[in-house]
Design a protein around this ligand. Structure first.
Ligand code: ATP
Ligand code: MG
Length: 418
């Protein structure tokens, strides 16, 4: 991608009402655009991060044997009445509207009800189970407070997965596999070291749900973490009895702020009973399906990553989710420099290495500052000086100093064999 062609610009200012660090940086670096409080558009650079995260999540969901689909944003009132979740006093984040006919509709804040109702079309026998489906979908929630930037949007992208199983045993096996898959996702994204399985309150059916909490001061939750066991409890269930039950000693727990980047939940047969999703088992008996629900906050993750790694110069992306692997800066526009920089750009592009190429002929200071703000993991500079010494200036975003390396070393570092 040539920066001279990219319509977004970096900026030194942010909207006055934007107080969160993640959104401030993402806006300044041109990753997102703020439409209103809690509502952000994803610009080309932001969309690349979003898609990189989705790709990792998609691979892990597919590996679980789940199938991707997309449900609708417009939802029927009657379904949510069956589970007593239509009433604004029961669910206080609903956005609702009305059709011309006068019929009320809900705008999707979750999909448990519609997806489970839909599955009645496809599940009738034990032979139809297990069935696991997931989607990446934009959820709409009328959140009271939207002060955490993209970490709490009124419109945000979630990955939600739903499992339909014959019995508790089959369900539990999948639930455990999802837990492992989620940990793998966070590891691959680059936040594995700060993300912990956390016991949180369950529902009618189970005592606990499991959250995946990433430790960051920007988080809105409080967790109590046993670092050795890589296990935490959410403040909402932080009680003597629970700690005893989980074998956690109070003295070994750290109180930390964290952000919930995922949440998995067993519904047992409660929701299937309410929505009448049953199957005929191999013993000929009709039984309700066992349901699990599993969310990952895709756009929240972008905010969490920004908060975790950014420094005083700007964003710092882990390589797995970065919009590019290399930020190539060209200083000067002599024939030599143009040729050398274009050649490297073409080589990287042909090798499928994503590169942001600063070909704007801007002041070096401005180009360096922008590279730091945008946060691509590796920076390469080509100038008259580097050409004269047959070298490239190479700097890892988080390194103190640049170094000068030859072409062979450069290609080596980028994983290209010359
Ligand atoms: P929270 O407690 O943070 O409000 P939740 O428990 O209501 O979240 P879930 O319904 O479990 O959220 O949604 C699954 C995941 O979606 C959450 O774990 C979180 O990562 C993400 N998420 C939830 N609400 C938001 C939001 N307003 N903005 C961005 N991501 C969100
Ligand atoms: Mg939750």
């Amino acid at each position: 991608m040539r920066l001279s062609q990219l319509f977004t610009k970096t900026s030194k200012t942010v909207p006055a009402d934007e107080t969160s660090r993640n959104a401030q940086l993402l806006i300044r670096a041109g990753f997102i655009y703020k439409e209103m409080a809690g509502v952000y558009a994803y610009l080309p650079l932001g969309l690349m991060v979003l898609e990189n995260i989705k790709k990792i999540v998609r691979e892990e969901m597919n590996a679980l044997g789940a199938f991707e689909l997309i449900m609708t944003n417009l939802q029927r009132q009657e379904l949510w009445e069956k589970t007593d979740r239509w009433d604004d006093n029961k669910v206080d984040i609903w956005f609702k509207s009305t059709l011309h006919s006068g019929a009320p509709i809900g705008l999707a804040w979750s999909h448990e009800e519609p997806i489970t109702d839909m599955m009645r079309n496809y599940i009738s026998s034990y032979r139809d189970l297990p069935a696991n489906v997931y989607q990446f979908q934009t959820k709409l929630r009328n959140e009271v407070r939207a002060k955490s930037g993209v970490m709490r949007g009124r419109e945000f992208v979630m990955k939600d997965l739903y499992s339909y199983s014959r019995n508790d045993e089959e369900h539990q096996k999948f639930y455990d596999a999802v837990t492992a898959a989620y940990l793998k996702v966070y590891e691959r994204i680059g936040i594995g070291d700060s993300t912990f399985v956390t016991y949180a309150s369950g529902g009618a059916f189970t005592q606990f749900s499991h959250e995946f909490q990433t430790v960051t001061d920007a988080g809105e939750d409080i967790i109590y973490l046993n670092r050795e066991r890589k296990l935490a409890v959410n403040k909402e269930v932080y009680e003597e009895e629970v700690l005893n039950q989980l074998g956690l000693e109070k003295e070994k727990l750290e109180e930390l702020k964290a952000s919930e980047v995922g949440n998995i939940f067993s519904f047992g047969t409660s929701k299937s009973e309410e929505l009448d999703l049953t199957f005929t088992d191999s013993d000929g008996k009709e039984k309700p399906v066992v349901l699990g629900s599993y969310g990952i906050g895709i756009t929240r993750l972008i905010g969490v990553i920004a908060e975790l790694f950014a420094d005083d110069k700007g964003l710092v992306w882990p390589e797995a989710v970065a919009p590019a692997k290399v930020h190539l800066i060209r200083i000067g526009d002599s024939e030599n420099v143009l040729k050398e920089a274009d050649e490297l750009y073409n080589l990287l592009t042909d090798t499928d290495i994503a590169v942001i190429y600063d070909d704007r002929n801007a002041r070096p200071g401005e180009m360096f500052a922008d590279a730091d703000l945008i946060g691509i993991p590796n920076r390469v500079v080509i100038s008259e000086k580097t050409i004269a010494s047959s070298s490239y200036e190479w700097k890892i975003r988080t390194a103190e100093h640049a170094e000068y390396i030859n072409k062979e070393k450069l290609l080596n570092l980028l994983g290209i064999s010359s």
